[in-house]
Write a protein that binds this ligand. Sequence first.
Ligand code: GLP
Length: 259
Amino acid sequence: MHLIIVESPAQMARLAADRLAAQLAHRPDSVLGLPTGDTPLALYRELVRRQRRGELDLSRATTFNLDEYLGLGPDHPTSYAHYMRRHLFAPAGMDSRRTHLPDGTAADPHAEAERYEAAIRAAGGIDLQLLGIGVNGHIGFNEPGSPLDSRTRVVELCATTRSANRRHFPCGEAPPTHAITLGIATILEARRLLLLATGSAKATALRAALQGPISAGLPASVLQRHPACVAILDAAAATALDPATRQAARLSASTLSSS
Ligand code: GLP
């Protein structure tokens, strides 16, 4: 895994946007895998800015989001479909026929998960998968204990995740108990991975994910197996990594930003 430590969320957004732009320059009709959460917001703002200035062309890209809450429709303000429309798809003028999320209100969620996995395959697979990480080391909604060979499916969210995500829900409204998520094996099939993480709350999970043993107990640790995975962290998220790794990763960031 290639690790880069940046000085600010703005620098993270620029570097991540550069990688996405390079992917789209290489293949304008790329299939992109997209995350939600607070971490990618600065990146989405940067993408919208570049799209509006004509520095980036998302119009031919196809996107598949990582996950969606069960029971929340696209008009629910805390659904991931709503988040994506608000922060990226609408402001970047993306065609809704090319942007995909699991349908959280499908009558048969298990069939919906299978349909979603098949749709990714039919699109040719994901070229570049962007990822965040949960405080418990989850990727997508693959909670600790998720099988490393798992596919897109319905999952139950653990208490840590529901409590971490409660801040997005209006006072008194509890986060859903279940979600549909891309599986770990599905994520690993993406040709390239880009993990983004900010803040000290992620530091312990990141140390285990990047420097610990690969284990279903810490789903993000499986990213070590991927042949083309880049992780961009801010200094706070990197605090628990060993000092030599941190030093090398900082040099890597300064080399990149001066190039
Ligand atoms: C949710 C999403 C994950 C995301 C995580 C971290 O649980 N399902 O895909 O990576 O939150 O979110 P944040 O970036 O807000 O810390």
